[in-house]
Structure formats: structure tokens, C-alpha cells
Design a protein around this ligand. Structure first.
Ligand SMILES: *Cc1c(COP(=O)(O)O)cnc(C)c1O
Length: 228
């Protein structure tokens, strides 16, 4: 069985090859390790192998893990669906939120971000798969939502996040990620982040401009309970 350190090397090699294939600098692509369902010990192992950024979907699980790992200089990203009663803890315990898809949540995060902390980095999750996905704002609602979020004081709008419908068809992957990038370009805001690409489709996402790939399975192995 491969260790997490082996997997980090394999994933870094995939990122490097995908970057090279499209003439991008591999250093412009961040590796966000998605540690949901995995124990703090796995995060510790990934940190020892050189990773600093970790993504979590479930607040209680994330807070418990953070408490076990306060000795490490980690950067935590919230990437799951957000209920309004969870915004305060998210605003207080994360550096990034990738999954904002409505204004009410963004307003609460801005109000609740502690003043002594740096602004909370935000990606708007956009739904590019229509009925196949319930999360994410629609492409139609995106321009107004992005303008409103960009104006909130304690947030820094960085870009877009998407989880296209899973497919092994490279052309379909490319089309979905190209749509995300085109939406980002159409906003005319100065955004620098595209959070897209997971274990099965990171090559396509990088070809279409991803700056964060969010990788779980390829780093930590299969999860015990099924979540996208
Ligand atoms: C679980 C999850 C990932 C990681 O998916 P893998 O296929 O395991 O790499 C990435 N992004 C989000 C939002 C997730 O929920």
C-alpha cells in the first residue's frame, strides 16, 4: 500500500505534467489536501510530506481536527455546504471558504470575521452542471452575487469554485472547466483564483486554468463513507 508521502509525490507529478502540457508554471497551482473523514494523524503525515493547505466539508469534524493540530502552521479551507448557524465558527476558524453560493451567507461571514484576523478569502461556488447539482449559484445569478460579495468589508473575493458532474470523458471535463473560467473572465473583477479539479479530473482543470486543485482520494485513499 502506498503511503501518504508516496501519494503526495504522485499527485505533484500529475500536477507538474499537466502544467507542463499547457505551458503553465506548476508553482501557480496550489494543492489543497481534502482531509474530510480522515484522522488528524493523516493530516500530520501530509504536512510532514510538505502540504500546508487542508480542506474540510463538515464543521464539527474540522474543528475537532484543528484542535488536535494546533502545533502545526496549517491553513484551513472550508469547502462544504454552509448552513447559516455555522457561519460564525467558519469565520473564526478558516482562512478560505470555497463554497459560498448566496449573499446571506457571505454577509454573515463578513460580519462575523474577527477584526484582528486577515480578511476571509472567498470563492463563489458556481453550478455549471444544471440539475445534476444542487449546490452553487446559477451562472445567471453570478454577476450580481459577485458584485455584492466583492463589496463586503471583511471578505476578499478571490474567484470561483466548481464541482462539475463527474465524468471520465476528457472533452466533457474540459468543457465544464472552460465554462467556469469564461464566467470568471466575464465578471471584470480582479480575481486570481479558480478552485477546480479533484482526484479524477485535475489534468483537465489545470489545462483550463485551475489555481487550486482539491484532492482527497488520490492523497489519502478512499473514504469510508461516500461523499462527493
Ligand atoms: C471530497 C471533495 C473533494 C475531493 O474529492 P476527491 O475526488 O476525493 O479528490 C474536492 N472538493 C470537494 C468540494 C469535496 O467535497
Amino acid at each position: 500500500m502506498s503511503t501518504i508521502a508516496d501519494n503526495v509525490l504522485t499527485v505533484r507529478a500529475r500536477i507538474g505534467a499537466a502544467a507542463q502540457a499547457t505551458g503553465r508554471d506548476p508553482a501557480s497551482i496550489g494543492l489543497l489536501a481534502v482531509s474530510k473523514t480522515k484522522p488528524a494523524a493523516a493530516v500530520r503525515e501530509a504536512f510532514a510530506a510538505g502540504l500546508h493547505d487542508f480542506g474540510e466539508n463538515y464543521l464539527q469534524e474540522a474543528l475537532a481536527k484543528q484542535t488536535e493540530l494546533t502545533d502545526l502552521p496549517l491553513s484551513w479551507h472550508f469547502i462544504g455546504p454552509i448552513q447559516s448557524n455555522k457561519t460564525r465558527a467558519i469565520a473564526e476558524h478558516f482562512a478560505w471558504v470555497h463554497s459560498v453560493d448566496r449573499l446571506k451567507i457571505a454577509q454573515r461571514l463578513s460580519e462575523q470575521r474577527p477584526p484582528e484576523m486577515a480578511p476571509l478569502n472567498i470563492c463563489i461556488q458556481v453550478n455549471v452542471s444544471g440539475e445534476a447539482s444542487k449546490s452553487g449559484c446559477t451562472p445567471e445569478d453570478l454577476p450580481d452575487l459577485a458584485q455584492a460579495i466583492a463589496a463586503l468589508p471583511r471578505l476578499k473575493l478571490r474567484g470561483l469554485m466548481a464541482i462539475p458532474e463527474p465524468t471520465e470523458d476528457r472533452a466533457a471535463q474540459d468543457a465544464a472547466f472552460a465554462t467556469v473560467r469564461a464566467l470568471q473572465d466575464s465578471l471584470n473583477l480582479s480575481l486570481d483564483t479558480l478552485s477546480m479539479g479533484m482526484s479524477h479530473d485535475l489534468e483537465s482543470a489545470i489545462a483550463q486554468g485551475a489555481t487550486w486543485v482539491r484532492i482527497g482520494t488520490a492523497l489519502f485513499g478512499a473514504r469510508d463513507y461516500g461523499q462527493p
